[in-house]
Ligand binder design. Structure first.
Ligand code: PEP
Ligand code: MN
Length: 355
């Protein structure tokens, strides 16, 4: 349930409501808006009558949130959640582009890609170090060595890095090297992992499971939000259907549906949702036209020799064209690409390595 405080309600009144929420076995989540403070009371609210809160000082109204997801719901938080991600913001009017290889493979591959996507206008860098591969016999990622290379690329380009976490045991090493945690499709319902990242203060990019409904995605986000971590971005990455012409089917509907159901930023991954480099740009354009707040795109300098997902990876020149086209669609939609403030050129590969 949601307790809406009167404009100008005092801190003491807010605290009094919080005490009542706790006394009824519920957990309070305070959201301070421009006009109103709203306090979410989350837990088993069925047995708790609304009247308990209605008569408290400073309370304007009490509403039950009808959807099963509470903190992610637009009912709880009507305005878009907008939050900073090291140099830019996500969820507002600006469109954010995250790009990089599926997997970190080598220093040269990582730094070359980082430089190319930065020059093309990317805002954040992606790269997998712990890969959730279907086969245990394929490349599994470089592990911590991969994270070190990503951190080096971040230092040289100024881009924050996004990396998938696949196990609870990786939290510490992620906190050391990474800016944004990705929860992959295969772990969308790994509830222990969701709760653990909810205990961190790192922004999370939560990908939709390949057979998960939109509601299940939102319930998964609730595990993170209810732990106190408010910086969650949702990512549509294609779902399993009977269609075999593409790796997955981009659920473009999910973008406006999510935007109406939740205040959280929504991102589209046209690489995994199509599985083919030839279709990535078209679907990236469609995503922005449909209202997405950003994209996450796989880019590789030599896709034919990539150790994972080469078929769907764009060469840097194609990615530069994608950014240009996406910028044009954004303008039509009354939006724009987030500014790229930090250095774009840095001759990364000329820097001597220390060891
Ligand atoms: C990835 O981003 O490389 C990845 C494995 O994505 P997903 O979890 O969407 O399959
Ligand atoms: Mn991939």
């Amino acid at each position: 349930m949601m307790i809406i405080m009167k404009p100008g309600s005092t801190q003491a009144e807010v605290e009094h409501v919080i005490e009542h929420i706790k006394a009824n076995g519920l957990t309070p989540h305070v959201s301070v808006g421009e006009d109103h403070t709203v306090i979410g009371a989350v837990g088993d609210t069925h047995a708790v009558p609304i009247e308990i809160f209605d008569f408290l000082e400073g309370v304007e109204s009490v509403v039950r949130i009808s959807q099963p997801f509470k903190l992610a719901s637009r009912q709880f938080h009507p305005k878009n959640s907008v939050f900073p991600l090291d140099g830019f913001t996500i969820g507002g009017n600006d469109i954010v582009v995250i790009a990089g290889p599926c997997s970190v493979e080598s220093r040269v591959q990582m730094l070359e890609t980082a430089q190319a996507v930065r020059e093309a206008g990317a805002h954040a860098l992606r790269g997998g170090a712990f890969k959730p591969r279907t086969s245990p016999y394929t490349f599994q990622g470089l592990g911590e060595e991969g994270l070190e290379l990503l951190a080096e690329a971040r230092q040289l380009t100024g881009m924050p890095v996004v990396v998938e976490i696949t196990s609870l045991t990786q939290v510490e090493v992620m906190e050391k090297y990474v800016d944004i945690l990705q929860i992959g499709a295969r772990n969308m319902q790994n509830f222990a992992l969701l709760s653990t990242v909810g205990q961190t203060q790192m922004p999370v990019l939560l990908k939709r499971g390949m057979s998960a409904t939109i509601e299940e995605l939102l319930m998964a986000s609730e595990y993170i939000l209810s732990g106190g971590n408010q910086r969650v971005m949702l990512c549509e990455r294609g779902i399993r259907t009977f269609e075999t012409a593409t790796r997955n089917t981009t659920d473009i509907n999910a973008i406006p549906v999510l935007k109406s159901m939740t205040h959280l930023p929504v991102i589209l991954d046209p690489s995994h949702s199509t599985g083919h480099a030839d279709y990535v740009t078209a679907i990236a354009r469609a995503a922005i036209a449909a209202g997405a707040d950003g994209l996450i795109v796989e880019v590789h300098p030599d896709p034919a020799h990539a150790l994972s997902d080469g078929r769907q990876s764009l060469k840097p020149e194609k990615f530069a064209e994608l950014v240009k086209q996406v910028g044009q669609i954004a303008e039509v939609m009354g939006r724009k690409l987030a500014p790229v403030n930090k250095p774009q050129k840095s001759n990364l590969l000329e820097k001597p390595k220390e060891d």
